[in-house]
Design a protein around this ligand. Structure first.
Ligand code: UGA
Length: 478
């Protein structure tokens, strides 16, 4: 099929290359000409495992190309909308400006199809009611139909999540499975559906709400455990013990129950605010009022980290602090609303001499905070630090050897903002070790952590360090 993807940011670029991978003829469009040129030249504008290869395969096959000109989209049968819906500059709601202008541009080129069936598929995260509003404009063009098919991909797993999603959600006006749009989108996703992926058809508003509810639920789960972490700090408990035991109840589940510096990124923070704003618009703001608290708990973790750093050093002015991690999560170079970067920035503002290192996100970090001192090499970044903060749990940082690292720094002090290090191992190597949600000193009978021999970290994983529970050394997997 001939497909266009409008908006080739993170979501759209991965979607476009994935659709080419499925065998479709794909054209990606963006108003950002630099982005178009980069993608057309095979350069991924962001770090995403597996994307570079996918992009190259699409370009080499001749089935994938990019443009800035809407006229080139006129002969596509299906148009995906992958445009961003950022937080409004002057409020909590979602800015639908990019989506509205894409629909306006499409309505200018679609009449050239002479009424041939044309499907427009929204993938962006939008407030309930958006599809119906956009359809009213779009469907004035003869043959044009709109459906909503929210995207659930995670950064760091974007290719995998697009090609093998947990589920496909189709929103059509009345939720009718016989709606002609359903068969058209089924034809696009045929290779995915053949793998047995479940497809759910529902009304426009339900499809829109699935997406915002999913992100709100994930954010709530993270803030829940971080609220518990505050209680742990007040009572001397270890939040990793609580989280590990909670996660073993499969009604609760271990994923997204990792306490630490909280959530950031281009989705969760703005989506909970937009969900709340949308509920208020519909007169049911009270129902989602708890999301305000979810946001507040999340923000307090950043404040607490800055306070802990100050307390540990007895003042911040002129002190040398090395921050491990700039990205909002590992395996990404995205620094949008990054908890790590916000902490680094607040420490700088308080007069500390901050050095930030990250395997992938230093370029984006510098763009976001001009003048930020960044050092790509971890060992180099650690040299002469008076305090180390682990703020994004890249594998490389989780695997740091406390003994060797102690030789690099000026004073062996570390605060683990992601609760991924083994406190005992670090303390035994002479470090003053502190962590969010964990006690400042080891209980005498605390079990030993065998180290970091686990597989790669998924952002979804519960990564409480594994524990040796039996003298025989039988290790219970995290
Ligand atoms: C999120 C959702 O997980 C995706 O399903 C959704 O499609 C996407 O937003 C979107 O709306 O586009 P993403 O922003 O890639 O995906 O990031 P997550 O993996 O959800 O992580 C978000 C933040 O939560 C990160 O800062 C991470 O460090 C933090 N987090 C995650 C925790 O603090 N604890 C956890 O247990 C899990």
């Amino acid at each position: 099929m001939r497909i266009s993807v409008i908006g080739i940011g993170y979501l759209g670029a991965v979607h476009a290359a994935s659709m080419a991978e499925l065998g479709h003829e794909v054209i990606g469009l963006d108003v950002d000409r630099d982005r178009v040129a980069a993608l057309q030249a095979g350069h991924a504008p962001f770090h995403e495992p597996g994307f570079d290869e996918l992009l190259q395969r699409g370009l080499d096959s001749g089935r994938l190309r990019f443009t800035s000109d809407y006229a080139e989209l006129a002969d596509a049968d299906v148009h995906f909308l992958g445009l961003g819906t950022p937080q409004l500059a002057d409020g909590m709601g979602a800015d639908l400006g990019h989506l509205r202008s894409a629909i306006a541009s499409l309505t200018e080129v679609l009449p050239a199809r002479g009424g041939a069936p044309t499907l427009v598929v929204g993938k962006s995260t939008v407030p309930a009611g958006t599809s119906r509003e956009l359809a009213a404009t779009l469907e004035q063009v003869d043959g044009a139909r709109l459906m909503w098919n929210p995207e659930f991909l995670r950064e760091g797993f974007a290719v995998q999540d697009t090609l093998v999603p947990d589920r496909l959600v189709y929103g059509v006006p009345s939720g009718d499975e016989q709606d002609e749009r359903v068969a058209m989108l089924d034809a696009v996703y045929a290779p995915i559906l053949e793998r047995g992926v479940t497809r759910l058809v529902m009304g426009y508003e339900a499809a829109e709400l699935v997406k915002v509810s999913a992100n709100a639920f994930l954010a709530t789960k993270i803030s829940f455990i971080n609220a518990v972490a505050e209680m742990c700090e007040a009572t001397g408990a270890d939040v990793t013990d609580v989280s590990r035991a909670l996660g073993m109840d499969d009604r609760i589940g271990a994923k997204f129950l990792r306490a630490g510096l909280g959530f950031g990124g281009g989705c969760l923070p703005k989506d909970i605010r937009a969900f709340l704003a949308s509920a208020e618009d519909h007169g049911v703001g009270d129902a989602l009022g708890f999301l305000r608290e979810v946001d507040a708990v999340n923000g307090r973790r950043r404040t607490r980290m800055v306070a802990l750093a100050e307390e540990t050093l007895g003042g911040l002015e002129g002190r040398r602090i090395t921050v491990l991690g700039a990205a909002f999560k590992p395996d990404s170079d995205d620094v949008r609303d990054s908890p790590a970067l916000e902490v680094a920035s607040r420490l700088r503002a308080a007069g500390a001499r901050v050095t930030v290192t990250d395997p992938e996100a230093l370029r984006t970090a510098q763009r976001s905070i001009p003048g930020l001192c960044t050092v790509p090499d971890t060992q180099e970044a650690l040299r002469d630090a008076e305090l180390v903060l682990l703020l994004t749990e890249w594998r490389e940082y989780r695997d740091l050897d406390p003994v060797a690292t102690a030789d690099l720094v000026a004073s062996p002090r570390i605060i683990d903002g992601r609760a991924v290090l083994d406190p005992q191992a670090w303390r035994e190597a002479g470090w003053e070790f502190r962590a969010l949600g964990r006690p400042d000193s080891e209980a005498p009978e605390a079990p030993q952590d065998p180290g970091s021999s686990e597989g790669p970290v998924s952002s979804d994983e519960a990564i409480t360090p594994g524990r040796v529970l039996f003298p025989s050394g039988v290790r219970v997997p995290a």
